[in-house]
Design a protein around this ligand. Structure first.
Ligand SMILES: Nc1ncnc2c1ncn2[C@@H]1O[C@H](COP(=O)(O)OP(=O)(O)OP(=O)(O)O)[C@@H](O)[C@H]1O
Ligand SMILES: [Mg+2]
Length: 184
């Protein structure tokens, strides 16, 4: 039996009541992203610039923000159900980190797949999983399944996940990414 509501890892590491220095909330339609993939890049670059301008961030940090937003919004658009459901992108800037929260609706099967993937990543050796994955790519054309491994491996980042049943085949997925800002 799939749980009504379950949280993993660092979910709500920063509670909602803590006021951020900057805040940006965007509501997107998966269909808009799917019909023109370029829009995901536009949204990601915009979010990075938005915080970058105000907080005077370096290019390295802006690139990290853009890459993580890009990956999370792409996932939300790819796996969302129904396709015309909504994606909420909520970004909050705190002095030493940016919290990127993405929420989308998925089917029960998709929720199960995602939970399984997360449990594997949270309990496994990321470096080993990453290189095993690269090796497996040599033998098959399928290149998917590297997004989270890359983010965990390459960035000073922590994640929190929440899965919530809304109806029998309708589940809300919330991903929180806490990206440390390292400026030199
Ligand atoms: N927002 C989401 N909603 C539902 N399922 C998701 C979501 N994000 C990830 N998943 C699930 O977790 C799996 C792993 O995601 P990940 O981003 O690592 O790989 P991918 O998107 O399948 O491939 P890639 O990122 O390499 O293009 C996905 O295959 C999917 O099953
Ligand atoms: Mg992905």
């Amino acid at each position: 039996m799939i749980a009504e509501i379950i949280q993993y890892s660092d979910f709500k590491m920063i509670p909602d009541i803590l006021p951020p220095e900057s805040h940006l909330f965007l509501r997107l339609q998966p269909i808009d992203m799917m019909s023109q993939w370029k829009r995901i890049g536009m949204v990601s670059d915009f979010t990075a610039e938005f915080f970058g301008q105000h907080q005077n961030l370096g290019n390295l940090t802006k690139n990290s923000v853009s890459t993580v937003v890009n990956e999370l919004v792409e996932n939300a658009a790819k796996f969302a159900k129904p396709r015309n459901g909504l994606i909420d992108l909520d970004l909050k800037f705190y002095s030493s980190l940016i919290k990127i929260e993405v929420r989308n609706i998925v089917s029960e099967r998709m929720r199960g797949n995602f939970e399984m993937h997360i449990k594997r990543v949270l309990t496994g050796d990321i470096e080993k999983m990453y290189f095993d994955h690269l090796e497996s790519l040599v033998s098959k054309a399928d290149t998917s399944g590297i997004g989270y491994l890359l983010m965990y491996k390459d960035y000073p980042i922590r994640f929190g996940f929440q899965f919530k049943r809304l109806e029998s085949d309708k589940h809300e997925v919330t991903v929180e990414a806490y990206l440390n800002i390292i400026e030199h």
